[in-house]
Design a protein around this ligand. Structure first.
Ligand code: ZN
Length: 260
């Protein structure tokens, strides 16, 4: 089924220059691929990969209700609210309806999303129970590490990891198996992402003023907003030199390593 769709897309798009791209998902609303040649469309499992000139891949997934239609380019661009993506060239327009996933990524990173992506926090098919199930599969793993693993659930970056764990009073190093309410953790992450998805900045405190946006993220050495204990920062032990994106921030008082 998906393979067949990929063949149709490949037939309509491959080897042709895009004259228009229309991403009707918030995250990629400003992405414009016009002027680039489509190399190929292919399927990997249930994932559709449209590889475009410049090392870019348009990754989509049909999930439950998605479908693609290929129309002549002369047809008026669809106004249907179910349309998530339109890729058009001089001859054809490929119109994706109700796609469960639409994202643009470097072609070299396809491996990260194919076949092992967990439920997407901002996806139409978000499934908290499935995310919790995946997290629980490795009970000894530190919760901070587990939340960043996109194979468990997709969408939490380092900022949201730090902020969610602070708000739940959880040390980043607490093993997943002794986190009482994982569902509350992932639902909080979803609410924070939802609240910020339309904005350029990321605010978890409710205060968008500069320097007030976060509870602990980026605040190493500063006083915790709740208890005034200095916020700590560290990389993950055993991972070699901590890189900036791997640094975690936490309040040792509000987020004790053992049970609260
Ligand atoms: Zn504190």
């Amino acid at each position: 089924m998906v393979w067949r769709v990929s063949r149709q897309l490949d037939g309509a798009l491959a080897g042709r220059v895009l004259t228009r791209s229309d991403f009707r998902v918030p995250r990629f609303a400003t992405t414009n691929l016009a002027g680039r040649t489509v190399h190929e469309a292919t399927a990997r499992g249930k994932h559709l990969l449209i590889r475009v000139e410049g090392g870019v891949t348009v990754h989509t997934h049909l999930r439950m209700d998605g479908s693609w239609r290929i129309w002549p380019a002369s047809r008026y661009p669809p106004r249907d609210h179910r349309v998530r993506l339109v890729l058009a060239n001089e001859s054809w327009q490929a119109v994706g309806f109700l796609l469960g996933v639409v994202e643009v990524l470097p072609t070299t990173r396809e491996g990260r999303v194919i076949g092992h992506l967990g439920p997407d926090l901002l996806g139409p098919d978000w499934n908290a129970a499935e995310a919790v199930h995946r997290l629980r599969a490795a009970p000894e793993r530190p919760i901070g590490d587990a939340l960043l693993d996109q194979a468990n659930l997709a969408g939490i970056g380092n900022l949201y990891k730090a902020e969610v764990l602070f708000l739940r009073g959880l040390s980043p190093w607490r093993p997943v198996g002794v986190v009482d309410d994982l569902e509350a953790v992932v639902e909080l992450a979803r609410r924070l992402l939802e609240a910020n998805k339309e904005h350029a900045g990321q605010v978890t405190t409710g205060n968008p003023a500069r320097g007030q946006e976060t509870w602990v993220y980026g605040r190493a050495g500063r006083a915790c907003r709740r208890c005034a204990t200095p916020v700590l920062a560290d990389g993950y032990a055993g991972r070699g030199t901590p890189s900036q994106e791997r640094v975690t921030f936490w309040c040792p008082s509000c987020q004790p390593a053992m049970g609260s």
